[in-house]
Design a binder for this molecule. Structure first.
Ligand code: MSP
Length: 514
């Protein structure tokens, strides 16, 4: 039989600034991308998941001064903290790119030379307003009383000689590609926002060099200028694949280097929040068009969340670090709490109380209690051994289509909700049929349904809470590694739990927390 061709799936997070440690905001995007990467691996796509750190620019230069450190020392320290935080959150990225990597720096330099030779970069003078928090030039109408609405700080007047990138040349092409969804922006309201911007305002060329900033990649043809940090940062999505900056573009990865001989370009999905949408929908595709490269297939803009109704900020002292949650609740629970905190794609609010309540309802009293209940009955009534496969028709247990639809639409919180409801259905099933009172063949039949449903439920949970899934598989008497080698379609078919499997309750999945 001919083998189905494997789809490639290239997914990215933004690369995070290293002027701050990882917090729940950056963790949110990273966990979401991890869930999607794991889901696509589960359905046997060929996945490349890239994340990393954005390490140049004035913001970092200033932070280093403040901390009395050399910029390189500071970025090494904080970048390592990001890497560690993502390891602690069980993030399965295929590569971690740093913009201070020599290979990245070399590639950026080559790109600038290429664009200069092609006439897309020209010498000019910039005079205008700059928000350091955003590391972006701003127009008057993007500011409120001269302040950046995002960072609540006055934009600084800058006037200097610089090199500019001819972004204005791409206005029509961008408009067309966004409108037709060739370059898709989701959710729809974000696409509308960008379309209305491109229809109503003239796209300005971008000043892409800075004379006063020292902590940046030197311009290859004007060494007293450094590269605007966003140009440097965008190219990570290319260099992170191992691209060396040579044109014609050849993103083929060499055998043995990172992932095997594969062409992952363009990204299938790039996740971020609304704060960096505008630049990702203009400068980023503009650069690619100038380089003659295909655009990403899709940008997905998830919501921005607040803590107890307030923006998370160091000055307010309400910043929550992912490690605090991990320490209190464990890794999988932290992943679950983040992803179910608000509807994916909408803004939301997080509070310790909500976190605690959700944990108790969905995990302690929900999934954890269900698994424990079913396993206890199986130990008691079946002697802990699965007797036979019972073919059971119960349409409430068939959630494959709804689940796959939710995952494909990036309704991550809803996909999880579906699984919570699946668990509730099984709980009701126990009550309705009074399984705890059944004995003999009757008990065998009902318990097979429950155990097998738990196995299938674990498959669906796998991208979200992978450690818990392994624990459930092993408590069902399965070898988790072997189980996960199955194809997804086969694995979620009924009857995968074989006769003879030794079921054993081991510990508590989600301990009650005071
Ligand atoms: N370095 C740039 C991105 C360059 S990508 C070529 C940057 N870095 S950042 O550290 O500020 O990260 C911004 C991103 O972090 C947001 O777009 C979002 O993905 C995530 N979040 C940061 N705070 C967040 C919330 N409070 N809520 C949701 N996501 C948040 O911008």
């Amino acid at each position: 039989m001919a083998q189905k061709k494997q789809n490639k799936f290239y997914i990215t997070t933004p690369i995070y600034y290293v002027n701050d440690l990882p917090h729940l905001g950056t963790a949110y995007t990273t966990v979401a991308v991890d869930i999607l990467a794991r889901y696509h691996r589960m359905i046997k796509d060929n996945v490349f998941f890239l994340t990393g750190t954005d390490e140049h620019g004035l913001k970092i230069e200033n932070q280093a001064k403040l901390k009395k450190k050399a910029p390189q020392e500071l970025v090494d320290e904080i970048s390592a903290q990001f890497s560690l935080a993502w390891d602690n959150l069980n993030i399965s990225n295929d590569y971690f790119i740093r913009t201070t990597d020599q290979a990245h720096i070399k590639a950026v330099s080559q790109v600038l030379q290429f664009l200069y030779d092609k006439g897309y970069i020209y010498k000019s003078r910039y005079s205008g307003l700059y928000c350091l928090g955003c590391e972006q030039f701003k127009t008057e109408n993007q500011l409120v009383n001269g302040e950046c609405p995002e960072h609540k700080k006055k934009a600084e007047k800058i006037s200097e000689q610089c090199y500019s990138f001819k972004l204005s040349a791409f206005q029509e092409e961008l408009l067309k590609k966004i409108k037709s969804d060739e370059f898709k922006i989701r959710p729809q309201e974000r696409k509308n926002e960008i379309l209305s911007f491109l229809k109503n305002e003239k796209l300005q060329d971008v000043a892409i060099s800075r004379k006063k900033v020292r902590w940046g990649i030197p311009f290859p043809f004007a060494k007293n200028h450094t590269t605007y940090v966003w140009i440097d940062a965008f190219l990570n999505y290319l260099t992170g694949l191992g691209w060396d900056g040579k044109i014609p573009f050849n993103p083929l990865l060499k055998e043995g280097k990172r992932k095997g001989e594969l062409d992952f370009w363009p990204p299938d999905l790039q996740l971020m929040s609304k704060d960096i949408l505008r630049v990702h929908a203009t400068i980023w595709p503009g650069l690619l068009l100038a380089l003659g490269l295909p655009l990403p297939k899709q940008l997905f803009i998830h919501g921005f969340f607040t803590i107890d109704g307030q923006k998370m900020s160091k000055s307010l002292g309400n910043v929550i670090r992912p490690d605090e949650l991990i320490k209190k609740f464990g890794v999988d629970t932290t992943r679950f709490l983040l992803i179910t905190a608000c509807p994916f794609g909408r803004d939301g609010d997080i509070s310790w109380q909500k976190i605690q309540d959700k944990y108790n309802a969905d995990l302690v009293n929900g999934l954890g209690n269900l698994v424990s209940r079913v396993l206890t009955m199986a130990e008691k009534k079946l002697g802990g051994v699965v007797q036979a496969i019972y073919k059971i028709k119960d349409k409430n247990l068939e959630i494959k289509d709804q689940y796959q639809k939710a995952m494909a639409n990036l309704e991550l919180d809803q996909a999880f909700e579906l699984l919570v409801n699946y668990g509730k259905y099984l709980d009701n099933y126990i009550e309705k049929n009074k399984i705890y009172k059944k004995e003999g063949p009757e008990a065998e039949k009902h318990l097979y349904l429950l155990l097998e449903a738990l196995r299938i439920l674990s498959w669906y949970l796998l991208p979200f809470i992978p450690e818990t899934t392994d624990k459930i598989f092993s408590q069902l008497g399965l070898d988790a590694t072997k189980e996960k080698e199955k194809s997804f379609v086969k694995a979620i078919g009924w009857g995968g739990l074989p006769p003879g499997a030794k079921v054993k309750k081991e510990g508590i999945l989600f301990p009650r927390i005071k």
